[in-house]
Write a protein that binds this ligand. Structure first.
Ligand code: AMP
Length: 477
């Protein structure tokens, strides 16, 4: 199917052509004709499917008869309102509106919090057919009487599920009560939670449901890898993976702002060009960071779920879940940052033993086995020290490894002896399975000896990588 067959205005098609799109994505092919027919649409489309153009293109087509170059604000009332959950998504959707409307005299304004209200107010005063807004700041403008919504004909709720997750339901209901009852409403959501259905029942007129991806399905063009890694080792594993996969652009997700900041600091110390974005950063700095990331000058972007919601970086090849999300639906959203519009992407999750439960929930939601695999490649532990005679010393295990492996006082081995290459150790403490798995995987199988442990009379044998051997156990050659 081609864009030509959708019946869009020639100037809109020209802008689409400039964007380099040759054919509509499935959600565009299905939604555009329905929106053009005037019906309400309830679209279950995950991020990365081309949903922004799916509502923006027909919206522009419908507003095109109003396009005019008059300087009078009265000739440019707000006719379409697009609500988004976050400032970043708001800015991004606004960019798309500007891109697709570049050959039409139609005005658009972005209205979001965290930045000065004045320029937004001035733009609204001059008149704007399209307003892209986050709910809170929009209501500030309503209260300040700097926006008039009485002529809105089209309402688009983008990433509606997220807006509800973020607690915007009352704001949304308030905004809906300010709009003319006779209007067209489009609701886009990655998932159809019961509250979304309720919202649709309350505020939409027999909407046509369009679902292009299975409910809660993860994007099929994303390769998903799960590696086991203890919390204390994750940063090192991440640094290794960035190098191993030669990731030039990666979004790394953390659960908290605190962790985002800490990780970004540590990765910078490791020599990576890295920044964090989260809700505590000023809007200006969030936008600048995002712009640097999109331009490719920033290699690693550490983000929390809220800040990264809806981010669109074209053909982002890698996403890493440094921490598993508490809410399994966030997993779907997170990995939706990659593999967009058909491009292949890789999503890697580092799961600590404490996060096993989150992984189980994600498996259940996505209906995928998501088995744990070994970290690929050989982990490096710092640079080998140069000796004065030119030869290099054996690399040493990083502090965290030694600390997490070496038995505490109470767990000191009762007896140990060396026998050839084998190191025998007897302890009574059970081994923590997750920890062992992690060490083995993290060390990429560089095994130098084996440890025999006795637990309740049962012998447990494990291979011991040379790097983990405490100094007193020298492995004979
Ligand atoms: P979205 O789901 O709206 O966030 O869009 C995801 C990405 O797909 C964006 O980078 C768009 O620029 C891109 N895109 C949208 N429509 C098309 C299309 N028809 N062909 C190729 N790429 C597209």
């Amino acid at each position: 199917m081609s864009f030509d067959s959708l019946g869009l205005h020639a100037e809109i098609l020209r802008a689409v052509l400039d964007s380099g799109y040759t054919e509509p994505t499935p959600v565009q092919a299905r939604a555009i004709p329905v929106v053009l027919s005037g019906r309400d649409v309830l679209a279950g489309a995950q991020t990365g499917t081309g949903k922004t153009a799916a509502f923006t293109l027909p919206l522009l087509h419908k507003l095109q008869p109003y396009a005019n170059t008059s300087a009078s604000p009265a000739r440019h009332p707000v006719r379409a309102l697009i609500l988004t959950p976050t400032r970043e998504l708001c800015d991004q959707v606004f960019d798309s509106v500007v891109t697709y409307s570049k050959y039409l005299p139609i005005r658009a304004t972005a209205v979001f919090g965290g930045v000065d209200m004045k320029p937004q107010t001035e733009s609204l005063r001059r008149g704007s057919e399209i307003v892209v807004a986050t709910p809170g700041r929009l209501l500030d403008h309503v209260q300040g009487k700097t926006i008039n919504l009485s002529q809105v004909e089209m309402l688009i709720l983008d990433e509606a599920d997220r807006m509800l997750d973020m607690g915007f339901i009352l704001d949304i209901r308030k905004i809906l009560s300010l709009l003319p009852a006779h209007r067209q409403t489009l609701l886009f959501s990655a998932t159809f939670a019961p509250e979304i259905k309720k919202l649709a029942e309350d505020f939409m007129r027999s909407p046509e449901t369009i679902e292009v991806a299975r409910r809660n399905a993860t994007n099929e063009s994303v390769e998903q890898h799960i590696h086991s890694a203890e919390a204390g080792n994750k940063r090192r594993v991440l640094a290794h993976l960035i190098r191993h996969h030669d990731m030039q652009q990666v979004i790394v997700f953390t659960r908290t702002k605190l962790m985002a900041d800490r990780l970004a600091r540590e990765l910078k110390r490791d020599g990576f060009n890295c920044e964090a974005i989260h809700g505590d950063r000023t809007q200006q700095s969030r936008l600048e960071t995002l712009a640097a990331f999109k331009e490719g000058t920033l290699r690693v972007l550490v983000a929390t779920d809220v800040a990264a919601r809806g981010l669109d970086v074209s053909e982002l090849p890698f996403v890493v879940n440094f921490e598993m999300p508490t809410n399994p639906e966030d997993y779907v959203h997170r990995i939706g940052r990659t593999g967009r519009a058909g491009a292949l992407g890789i999503a890697i999750s580092l799961v600590s033993p404490e996060e096993d439960k989150s992984l189980v929930l994600v498996r259940k939601l996505t209906n995928k086995p998501l088995e744990i695999s070994e970290v690929p490649g050989q982990m490096e532990f710092g640079r080998p020290r140069e000796r004065s005679n030119g030869s290099s010393a054996a690399p040493t295990a990083p502090r965290e490894y030694r600390e997490s492996y070496e038995p505490r006082e109470s767990r000191e081995p009762r007896a140990h002896r060396e026998s050839g290459r084998r190191v025998i150790e007897q302890v009574e403490t059970p081994l923590v399975e997750g920890r062992r798995r992690n060490h083995d995987a993290a060390l990429g199988g560089r095994v130098a000896g084996s440890v025999h442990r006795f637990h309740h009379g049962r012998e447990v044998v494990r291979e011991v990588p040379a790097l983990l051997l405490p100094p007193r156990y020298t492995v004979s050659k």
